[in-house]
Design a protein. Structure first.
Length: 300
């Protein structure tokens, strides 16, 4: 006797139960997103066809992916995609998964760049490229440079650049901060002064990494998390040299940990930046620090 096909609803309920048993925080949502991904369906289609039978091959693949998620592998690593500022990005274990909190940084950057004719943007510690590439999509006249020490991260960023059609507007450079030849005055580059330097650098204190959720601790690259002993190492190193690469009046913008606002503000102040502000995220936590390079004095 032929075995009856199980329905979409049955399979989804199995996925939810599997993830709830594994203490996945958003088990119902993640189970649905994996079904949407595996079966290539929409919510509207599901509600119209939830009692239809699902073929055994798709069901098996769905269970395999749910089992991976139950092991606390990030959903975005399983599907290979993440959404940021409304755009789809490729992601994997070589880069941090883009987070909604970081959109606050990008929105602040857009507000400062929108009225410039052809803004030049430098994204330090670019990772997947989500910050830089989103800015270029939102600011059609902008050009940008993304920098990362990780060759693997740059491979992901280059794939995103290609998928988003930004190969002519975004340059991607492997460099340990400003160490590469690209940043030396004799490198032949003619656009080394930027209107904005933006960064979401590693800012987790080394001792705090062990306390992070499993999805981050075991699956995000440590290189992109570890801000050294006090979490401020990269803010200090970048800010020390930022003025060299910013135009007069150019902006320096960072994402920060929720308890780092005052410390990063002091680092900016010590290095001569003005108009320093701390911005909060949707949860009311400090998330972004902005500062501006001093304008050159006008000749009278």
């Amino acid at each position: 006797m032929r075995k009856k096909m199980r329905t979409y609803k049955d399979v989804l309920e199995d996925g939810i139960q599997l993830l709830e048993t594994a203490a996945i925080e958003e088990a119902r949502l993640d189970a649905w997103l994996l079904l949407e991904y595996t079966a290539d369906i929409t919510r509207a289609w599901y509600y119209a066809h939830m009692d239809d039978g699902l073929d055994a091959k798709t069901e098996e693949r769905y269970r395999t992916l749910c089992t991976k998620r139950a092991q606390h592998i990030p959903l975005q690593h399983i599907t290979g995609r993440a959404y940021f500022m409304g755009y789809e990005f490729c992601v994997d274990e070589r880069v941090l998964v883009p987070r909604q909190d970081t959109e606050v940084l990008v929105e602040e950057a857009i507000s400062r760049m929108r009225n410039l004719e052809k803004p030049q943007i430098l994204d330090m510690c670019t990772g997947s490229g989500c910050i830089l590439l989103s800015l270029l999509l939102e600011l059609p006249q902008a050009l940008g440079t993304g920098v990362d020490v990780s060759e693997g991260a740059l491979c992901v960023a280059k794939e995103n650049r290609k998928r988003l059609g930004l190969e002519q507007r975004a340059e991607l450079i492997q460099s340990d901060l400003f160490s590469a030849d690209y940043f030396r005055k004799n490198s032949g580059n003619d656009h080394m002064e930027y209107d904005m330097l933006i960064s979401n650098p590693p800012y987790i204190r080394t001792e705090d990494i062990e306390g992070l959720m499993e999805e981050v601790r075991f699956h995000d690259p440590v290189l992109a998390l570890d801000g050294k002993e006090n979490g401020l190492y990269f803010y200090e190193k970048i800010t020390e040299q930022a003025g060299t690469y910013l135009k007069p009046g150019g902006w320096l913008m960072y994402e920060i940990g929720c308890d780092q606002g005052m410390d990063v503000s002091e680092i900016m102040k010590k290095n001569g930046f003005e108009q320093i502000e701390i911005k909060k995220d949707l949860a009311g936590l400090d998330r972004v620090v902005t500062g501006r390079k001093m304008q050159e004095e006008q000749n009278v």
